[in-house]
Design a protein around this ligand. Structure first.
Ligand SMILES: Cc1ncc(COP(=O)(O)O)c(C=O)c1O
Length: 621
């Protein structure tokens, strides 16, 4: 595609183009356009952006008078504009495209894997695959096989079958581990054993109590006693488990309205809508907001629920490099300049989709810079706060609180109640954003109806969201757990218990991350992120670390290919306000111990020779 710009993509090429980030510099692209196309479009708002764009405008492609501008600030070329002569962005201009904020809030580390480890990881993986093939050839397993039906293609993917049976099976005991307690600071694992190398498991009848670093219990609200549990039990007795209906029909209870008002107040926006499942909040609402003709710029590390929702929407998806604001800006510029890929028509809307804290990377979104971009280019911003709401920010209100940004600047705030609130479900919250809806049902009865009565994002979703109309409403005791925990975090219960929890989490996070760095292991992400990925690289090491830590009564989660790049196998620690310093010290002592024997001290960063302090209240402010 990059080589021959004039040739329009066909068939699969079109799909591929919609999925991969664009390559090549904007300058070369613009020059190519100049020689080939009269359908060039430039946004008038671009003229306010940088010198480069002013030069583009000066070339006479477009002017404020000669353009039709749509909501994204994208304008169609005036037919009288003639052939433009674009100018390449100079080296100086490129270098001067700075993003000024360098705060401790951006203090992130993604240390490169040492070359020898990279080579060994690849080599180790290929040996596993090779042994797997031999195994498959020589020892046919006594497991269910897909029957070969004449004339039918296999229903299941062969490679997946192979991978699950001969590669993943070797470490299968490290995943899907049944638990039989509340996932609090400690968790009880149900012990299993295998007598056939991981094909099947049997319960031994024993249990193992472990320090829990695997659950997303950031603020420690996963509890079976205390105010949340007590009030949920009271609500259960009053309303039962389920409304047995969707919100649109007979499933709306006062508790849902109470939760929505509380959520909006908590987040500092006008309104909110809640759903019974966090995953479905993304998957079923994104298709209500974007559709064919819309462009989505999606961070490459976005969660599976976001990806699925975007695919369902039919919008064109372009992926930008993780947290890379420069790349995002390039994608925005190109999108606005070129318009829709087949027709050159303006995009109906452009929406940027990011997460607050990325759960596999431990990184935090560069929100202030992305907000600047979204305003500059008149794009919308969808922020998934599944891991950040409650867990970060001085008042535990999430990413906007963390950066001290007005939450009303984010068009669509999404989050889940499964992590910091120890419950289930998700929300979408926002303020009046009528524009995003304008083009969806343009010139239809729905559009007229909307513009007359339903000018807010949330009201729109109350009508159009499949999760609201067709899925069961949130279970009342689940809603109560969120209400009680949210009130505690916000201090609406009249105590400072919530504040103590957010501070404790911040303190545990800093302490744990700094101690790990001192040990010499590589960790990814932001120093304020309670998700802490520790890189172990090799597939076999994921298994060894998880197993060894379990024998020492520490429960963690390993993550490897295909959930991460092949090279980047890791152990993911999730910190909680419920953890005590003694528990963290015990875990750290064991990590130090096994990182010597298993060779996990990959880091080349200088280590702090001084003892790491467990922060006081004032330092975590
Ligand atoms: C970023 C993100 N969004 C959405 C979800 C889905 O939420 P839930 O697990 O509450 O269904 C997750 C799950 O971990 C997530 O990490």
């Amino acid at each position: 595609m990059v080589g021959d710009w004039r040739r329009r993509p066909v068939g699969r090429e079109r799909q591929v183009e919609s999925q991969v980030p664009w390559s090549g510099t904007i300058g070369t692209r613009i020059e190519a356009m100049a020689t080939t196309s009269r359908r060039t479009c430039v946004g008038t708002t671009l003229t306010e952006i940088s010198e480069t764009e002013q030069r583009i405008q000066a070339n006479g492609i477009t002017s404020r008078l000669g353009c039709r501008v749509n909501n994204n600030g994208y304008a169609k070329a005036h037919p009288a504009n003639g052939h433009p002569r674009f100018i390449r962005e100079s080296k100086d201009e490129k270098e001067n495209r700075t993003y000024p904020i360098k705060l401790s809030k951006y203090n992130e580390s993604f240390e490169k894997v040492p070359f020898i480890t990279a080579a060994l990881t690849h080599f180790g993986f290929y040996i596993l695959m090779f042994l797997g093939f031999i195994n498959q050839l020589l020892f046919t397993p006594n497991v269910a096989k897909e029957r070969k039906r004449k004339g039918y293609a296999p229903l299941y993917e062969n490679f997946e079958q192979f991978y699950l049976r001969y590669v993943y099976r070797r470490v299968r005991d490290c995943w899907n581990r049944p638990i039989c307690s509340v996932p609090g600071a400690t968790v009880v694992l149900k012990d299993r054993t295998t007598n056939d190398y991981g094909w099947t498991f049997e319960f031994t009848g024993t249990e193992t109590k472990c320090i829990n670093l695997g659950s997303y219990n950031y603020l420690g609200f996963a509890e079976s006693t205390g105010p949340c549990a007590e009030e949920s039990i009271r609500t259960l007795k009053k309303f039962g488990c389920s409304s047995c209906s969707s919100r649109l029909e007979l499933g709306s209870m006062p508790i849902h309205n109470e939760l929505e008002q509380l959520t909006a107040r908590f987040l500092g926006v006008e309104d909110a809508i809640v759903f019974g499942m966090g995953f479905a909040t993304n998957t079923l609402n994104l298709p209500s907001l974007v559709s064919a003709g819309s462009l989505v710029l999606s961070d490459e590390k976005n969660h599976a629920s976001v990806i699925l929702g975007l695919r369902l929407s039919g919008a064109i998806i372009r992926v930008f490099k993780h947290n890379n604001v420069k790349h995002l800006e390039d994608c925005l510029k190109k999108a606005i300049l070129l318009g829709q890929q087949n027709t050159g028509e303006p995009w109906k809307k452009i929406i940027i989709v990011v997460e607050g804290i990325y759960s596999m990377e431990g990184s935090i979104v560069h929100l202030p810079e992305i907000l600047k971009l979204k305003k500059k280019y008149k794009a919308y911003l969808y922020l998934d706060e599944a891991h950040s709401t409650g867990a970060i920010g001085k008042r535990g209100r999430g990413i906007c609180d963390y950066y001290d940004v007005d939450p009303r600047e984010v068009d669509i705030l999404m989050g889940t109640f499964t992590k910091s609130f120890g419950s289930a479900g998700g929300y979408i919250a926002g303020t009046k954003v009528a524009n995003i809806l304008r083009n969806k049902h343009k010139n239809t009865a729905v559009h007229l109806f909307n513009s007359a009565f339903l000018q807010t994002l949330i009201n729109y979703l109350r009508v159009h969201s499949h999760a609201h109309s067709y899925a069961m409403s949130m279970s009342p005791p689940i809603a109560q757990q969120i209400i009680t925990s949210m009130k505690i975090i916000a201090g609406e219960d009249g105590t400072d218990a919530g504040k103590k929890r957010t501070k404790q989490l911040a303190r545990n996070t800093r302490y744990f991350r700094r101690k790990l760095n001192q040990i010499g292991v590589i960790t990814y992400g932001n120093e304020n992120s309670p998700v802490v990925p520790m890189l172990v690289y090799l597939f076999s090491k994921i298994g060894s670390v998880v197993r060894t830590l379990t024998t020492r009564n520490i429960a963690t989660v390993g993550v490897g290919f295909p959930a991460t790049p092949l090279m980047e196998g890791r152990i993911r620690f999730c910190l909680s306000a419920a953890h005590t310093k003694e528990q963290l010290d015990y875990v750290l002592k064991n990590i130090e111990d096994i990182s010597g024997t298993l060779g996990l001290k990959y880091s080349n960063k200088p280590r702090d020779p001084n003892p790491i302090e467990y922060y006081s209240d004032s330092e975590t402010e």
